[in-house]
Design a protein around this ligand. Structure first.
Ligand SMILES: NC(=O)c1ccc[n+]([C@@H]2O[C@H](COP(=O)([O-])OP(=O)(O)OC[C@H]3O[C@@H](n4cnc5c(N)ncnc54)[C@H](OP(=O)(O)O)[C@@H]3O)[C@@H](O)[C@H]2O)c1
Length: 292
């Protein structure tokens, strides 16, 4: 089961599992928004019953997932409220309730063997507590579930979008640079960037690999900044005029232990290291052009 299957990350997590021969149940709150999945991107899987959708109206409701969880063996909880509403009371309690509600549903379903929660780099680096991942580990410590729990903490995620909507809005990082919109980059002069396909493989591995238990998997990829990304864009898309380099770009000096996520990329995708920044940027821009 993959929550947030209509999203940028959720659709790639579903794809990684389908490509490895698993059946996927995607949960969503708006069936119309998912038409592209069953009519296009996952049509063959949907037509053969290997990909199905399940409507979950309010993820924070106590019994929200009780029906969707039936018969499920692994759970990827990718959906999250991403409104960036400055009023934290409209975001944090519902996000924590969403995580708790799906964990409680998993506790009631004996078939569940593993659970992965999509967190973020921020949960490992910000001084302010990131409530939903804290709730996850509190649950793991107190409830002693019959399934393994892991979290994947991505940095800025870039790469091929499977749907046009994923290249729109403030969270479409490469699209903002492609359009010359620097609002995000002015406030973020150095980042780590990771390919969405790496993030998806690490989710799949955390769900399927019996050796992964209670892991915090930092999926950060490459240190870079807006100017590094612009270099790749200019080189591969010379027909388009991009903005000039931004001032005050720098390099991050934080790091984490990436040995386990990198070993999982090797084991589950036969890949040495993170996908290259160049490939990620080129695939992202190609998806902007091809899905326009
Ligand atoms: N993108 C990044 O750079 C990045 C970096 C670090 C971590 N993450 C994490 O990755 C996860 C997925 O992000 P994304 O980039 O894939 O974002 P996205 O494309 O906006 O997808 C978000 C998904 O969550 C669903 N969702 C949002 N609010 C919901 C609600 N109230 N009830 C039910 N479903 C809801 C959306 O459903 P609808 O389609 O119905 O809106 C969508 O399926 C999030 O947990 C995010 O924090 C992302």
């Amino acid at each position: 089961m993959v929550t947030g299957v209509t999203g940028f990350v959720g659709s790639h997590v579903a794809k990684a599992l389908l490509e490895r021969g698993y059946r996927v149940r995607g949960t969503l709150r708006d069936l119309e928004k998912a038409a592209w999945l069953v009519n296009n991107v996952f049509k063959d899987y949907a037509d053969t019953g290997r990909f199905e959708l399940c409507y979950v109206r309010v993820i924070a409701a106590v019994d929200a997932y009780d029906e969707a969880i039936q018969g499920v063996s692994v759970v990827a909880h990718v959906a999250s409220i991403l409104t960036m509403d400055p009023d934290s009371t409209k975001v944090i309690p519902a996000t924590v309730a969403g995580a708790t509600s799906i964990l409680n549903a998993s506790m009631k379903e004996p078939s569940v063997k593993s659970f992965v929660y999509t967190s973020s780099l921020g949960a490992a680096t910000m001084l302010a507590p990131v409530a939903a991942e804290k709730a996850l580990w509190k649950f793991a410590g107190e409830q002693r579930p019959h399934f393994t729990i892991s979290s994947v903490g991505p940095s800025v995620i870039i790469g091929e979008a499977l749907n046009k909507a994923h290249n729109e809005g403030d969270g479409a990082w490469i699209r903002t640079l492609y359009d010359g919109n620097t609002a995000f980059w002015d406030s973020m002069p150095a980042i780590y960037a990771v390919d969405v396909k790496d993030v998806a493989v690490i989710h799949a591995a955390a769900l399927l690999d019996p050796e992964v238990t209670n892991a915090r998997l930092h999926a950060w990829g490459h240190k870079c900044n807006a100017n590094d990304l612009l270099v790749v864009m200019r080189q591969h898309f010379p027909e388009r005029e991009f903005i000039d380099d931004l001032a005050y770009q720098t390099v991050l000096h934080i790091s984490a232990d990436f040995s386990e996520p990198l070993a999982l990329l090797k084991k589950w995708a036969d890949q040495d290291g993170w996908r290259s920044l160049e490939d990620s940027v080129v695939e992202n821009v190609n998806s902007i052009i091809n899905l326009a």
